[in-house]
Design a protein around this ligand. Structure first.
Ligand SMILES: NC(=O)c1ccc[n+]([C@@H]2O[C@H](COP(=O)([O-])OP(=O)(O)OC[C@H]3O[C@@H](n4cnc5c(N)ncnc54)[C@H](OP(=O)(O)O)[C@@H]3O)[C@@H](O)[C@H]2O)c1
Length: 258
């Protein structure tokens, strides 16, 4: 019979060292920063990119130099077949996925009148459907093993509506609903499900402004735009913290009061 103390200690604040993470959007500004932080924490990495393989390969090479096991692979997450193939690849190369960071996202800037069905469907496919399909693949194993971390990268646009468009805001708000449904159903199995909701993070392809010198397009209380490393710091804190689940953490320079 399992000693309750063992069960407690195995679920209480476990370190991330030697865990396996599947990170989507690993070629992007926030994704590369998260990959670096995870490698520093001793996590093995499946780095998935869409089209910018060189960026994901570069961060993968850094992680290998730190002694991490790394696989870098492309996956077009607008394809509903891609999530299952991606998880199969990660598990074949590295073993069961302990951490899923669904970070890939697209932002097709359009007024609501100009959003056609193709743009709506493409946004929902990458930003919401793919994270759900990835969860369906990895959650059963996490529950069985009694440990798992799901982190969705949503956006402050889920609360405010944002400036990208109705399709983007709806896709990000959808992640919050998905999290609220899943989190309580797997919480007792050692699996946490959370959302990190950034705003105006520079140095990304989505918002290329220089985080050091760029001028915020809207007034931000801290007086500057955000940095990818700040998102990565919060992401890794959320992944480390077994007592944090079913939460949206906004990292937005004080933009919205919550
Ligand atoms: N930057 C911000 O201000 C901000 C604010 C709020 C939320 N976010 C969210 O943060 C996340 C990361 O974005 P980022 O700021 O780092 O922007 P980014 O630099 O543009 O990164 C986006 C990532 O998503 C990947 N991606 C896009 N379409 C894909 C597809 N069809 N299949 C697979 N991967 C795809 C890109 O891959 P490739 O480049 O290889 O194609 C890239 O790695 C996104 O979910 C975004 O919505 C960003």
């Amino acid at each position: 019979m399992t000693d309750p103390a063992d069960t407690f200690s195995s679920r209480a604040a476990p370190g991330l060292r030697n865990r396996v993470a599947l990170l989507t959007g690993a070629s992007g500004g926030i994704g590369t920063a998260i990959a670096r932080r995870l490698a520093e924490d001793g996590v093995d990495l499946c780095l998935a990119y869409g089209t910018h393989g060189e960026d994901a390969e570069a961060v993968g090479a850094d992680a290998r130099e730190r002694g991490r096991r790394v696989t870098v692979t492309s996956a077009d997450l607008s394809d509903p077949e891609a999530p299952a193939a991606l998880v199969a690849h990660a598990e074949r190369e590295l073993g069961p996925v302990d951490l899923l960071i669904a970070n890939a996202g697209i932002a097709d800037v359009r007024g609501w009148q100009k959003i056609d069905l193709a743009s709506w469907n493409a946004t929902l496919a990458v930003n919401l459907t793919a994270p759900f399909l990835l969860c369906q693949q990895v959650l059963p194993g996490m529950v069985e093993r009694g440990f798992g971390r799901i982190l969705f990268v949503s956006s402050v646009a889920a609360f405010t509506g944002g400036v990208v468009g109705a399709h983007y805001a709806a896709s990000k708000a959808g992640l919050h609903g998905l999290m609220h449904h899943l989190a309580p159903r797997v919480a007792a199995d050692g699996v946490t499900v959370n959302c990190l909701a950034p705003a105006l993070v520079g140095g990304t392809k989505m918002f290329p402004a220089d985080p050091e010198t760029g001028t915020p397009p809207v007034p931000i209380p801290v007086g500057r735009i955000g940095m990818p490393d700040e998102m990565a710091d919060m992401a890794v804190t959320m992944l480390r913290t077994g007592y944090l689940t079913n939460k949206v953490i906004t990292v937005d320079g004080g933009l919205i009061p919550r």
